[in-house]
Design a protein around this ligand. Structure first.
Ligand code: AHR
Length: 498
């Protein structure tokens, strides 16, 4: 292993924007074993009185999720929300077409709200724009948010939920640009339907915030024209525009894969430009922000169709060190783009494309679990514009990129900050000087590191703690600077106090 030098400059005057707490959200879909056997498993010895798995709740609480998006995903576009409310023994079993599974509807909107309360996250519900009507979307808002005295609000009360759920965030459909979507529409058809749905939903409750479906990824033939067209039609009725993206080392090219932040940042920049264009074209005073409400690593080829079984094993990815380092860069991008990115939901929170896996009554945490946990607990206040000087790493896909990918945050109330550093070099340790430029005395509180020798290393049921984030000794600060060793293939967090 060779060694190089790098420098990271922190100046709390150089702020980007306040970090939206909703950037640390998750997504739970009726797909595979996310809901059943993941969140809800009444047969498990881990189940609480509501049937929620206590071990999963505990792991999710530690990750400090701020919001959870539900119920889909592709599942959403064939879902009738009425199937999932009321007495459980009267709920229909249905063929679920998106994932070719059998849906028992034992978990629905009210159970979801209880689950969110249990992990202290805000619910983000999605309305069906595939087979669903704008009327059904409006009815669901009435069911959830109107106190009582009307047909749908009284139905909720009759289901033993006296107080309204007060759901603030609403996705108007899911991936409607995709040919795979049940009831797929073109951008004009979708823009008009979403506008009419959002109008009715906001008449039901003017305090809600709505999310328009953006392109399913940047490889869609209609990207970014879809985004422009739908936004131009529905702009005034929408508060957020959604982004989805699944990364992967599809070409077995680790150097390029470890530079994924370049692509992720470009994706945000293109859509930020689209938002600015549409706002200008419409001569609007209204702002729309980005909601990256599905993001994760997903490429390893696990089955995605359930052969009409209940809770099949679908998309249960095994994540390794390089995947965890890509997740860390993704979260760095969230901080660096926090002026326009206000919501993000990792897809998904358990079992399906997830860093958390259940097996019987056991639970496994994959390496990226720890990366998210560090960000969601420590990134607070303002995102800082961090200056990085590091040697370059050559990649096939993105030419030369700096070996270090960094973000940082500072909370002016507590005077505490955090620096998140990825060393994406596979061979070189970076002896990195962190330089504080404010001139105030600095104290380093904690340092955490996740690293390994092989990018393909992972945790397993037999070796569950091979890759975790370990507390490491904190470097001394002298003359406003500290020197820290960042091994190749590592993610490090340093917290400080001014
Ligand atoms: O998260 C899994 C699936 O990925 C979602 O259902 C869909 O929106 C996306 O294509």
């Amino acid at each position: 292993m060779s060694t190089s030098k790098a420098q990271v400059f922190i100046d709390t005057n150089r702020t980007i924007a306040s970090i939206s707490p909703l950037l640390f959200g998750g997504f739970a879909e009726h797909m595979g074993r996310c809901i059943y056997e993941g969140i809800y498993d009444p047969e498990s010895s881990q189940a609480d009185s509501r049937g929620f798995r206590k071990d999963v709740l505990d792991a999710l609480r530690k990750q400090a999720y701020t919001t959870i998006r539900y119920p889909g995903g592709n599942f959403l576009s064939g879902y009738n929300w009425l199937d999932g409310v009321g007495p459980k023994d009267q709920r229909p079993r249905r063929r679920e077409l998106a994932w070719q599974s059998t849906e028992t509807n034992q978990f629905g909107t009210n159970e979801f709200i209880e689950f969110c309360t249990a992990i202290d996250a805000k619910p983000m519900l999605a309305v069906n724009m595939g087979t669903g009507t704008i009327q059904a979307a409006s009815d669901l808002v009435e069911y959830c948010n109107v106190p009582d005295g009307t047909y749908w609000s009284d139905l909720r009360v009759s289901h033993d939920y006296k107080d309204p759920h007060d759901v603030r965030y609403w996705c108007v459909g899911n991936e409607m640009d995709g040919f795979w979507q049940i009831g797929h529409l073109d951008a004009v058809e979708y823009g008009k339907k979403a506008l009419e749905a959002a109008k009715m939903m906001k008449w039901q409750d003017p305090t809600i915030k709505t999310v328009l479906c953006g392109s399913s990824n940047d490889r869609m033939p209609t990207y970014p024209e879809w985004d422009r067209t739908a936004l131009e039609i529905a702009w005034e009725a929408m508060d957020y525009h959604s982004m989805h993206y699944y990364a992967g080392n599809r070409e077995s090219d680790t150097a390029s894969y470890l530079a994924s932040a370049v692509l992720l940042e470009r994706f945000v920049e293109t859509l930020e430009g689209t938002l600015r264009y549409v706002k200008a074209k419409r001569r609007s005073k209204h702002d729309v922000y980005l909601s990256w409400d599905e993001w994760q690593v997903w490429y390893k080829g696990d089955p995605i169709q359930g052969n009409w079984t209940e809770a099949p094993h679908l998309a249960e990815e095994i994540y390794n060190l390089e995947d965890a380092l890509v997740v860390a860069q993704w979260l760095n991008v969230f901080l660096r783009k926090s002026h326009v990115l206000k919501i993000a939901c990792v897809a998904q929170i358990v079992n399906v494309i997830s860093w958390l896996q259940t097996r019987g009554d056991e639970l496994l945490k994959q390496p990226s679990y720890y990366v998210f946990k560090l960000f969601s607990n420590l990134a607070r206040g303002e995102a800082l514009d961090t200056l990085v000087k590091a040697p370059m790493v050559e990649t096939k896909e993105y030419d030369a990129v700096p070996a270090l990918d960094v973000s940082s945050s500072f909370n002016f109330e507590t005077q505490k900050g955090a620096i998140f550093l990825v060393n994406r070099s596979q061979t070189e340790a970076m002896v990195t000087d962190i330089v504080w430029q404010n001139g105030n005395p600095v104290q380093i509180d904690e340092a955490w590191q996740l690293t390994g020798r092989d990018p393909k290393e992972s945790n397993s049921w037999d070796d569950p703690n091979r890759l975790v984030a370990n507390a490491i000794s904190t470097p001394d600060v002298k003359d406003d600077r500290a020197t820290i060793q960042l091994p190749p293939l590592s993610f490090t967090v340093v917290t400080f106090q001014l």
